[in-house]
Ligand binder design. Structure first.
Ligand code: SF4
Length: 87
């Protein structure tokens, strides 16, 4: 059996952001604001619940400065421990 999936991370174009902070109010699970009101995004994969919050923030951003980057996780053969593959 092979396993595969995808990961998602929230990204920001800092040059486009105006720092008003609408995003952090809508998605406090994945964003917080620095002392100047600009969002800080954690560099980690989003959970399913966080993905929903991040999507709200992306849709609400008036500057289109946020987006969700997805990546496919390659399929990995699932093997029992100790079983080797012939070379
Ligand atoms: S909503 Fe958009 S423009 Fe406003 S602070 Fe967040 S990322 Fe920046």
């Amino acid at each position: 059996m092979k396993k595969h999936g995808s990961t998602a991370r929230l990204r920001i174009d800092a040059a486009a952001c105006d720092g008003i902070g609408v995003c952090a109010h809508l998605a406090s699970e994945v964003l917080e604001l620095d002392r100047w009101g600009f969002p800080i995004i954690t560099a980690r994969d989003l959970s399913r619940g966080e993905l929903s919050a991040a999507t709200r923030a992306v849709r609400a951003c008036p500057r289109k400065a946020l987006w969700i980057e997805t990546a496919e996780v390659p399929a990995v053969a699932e093997r029992a421990p100790g079983v080797t593959t012939p070379s």
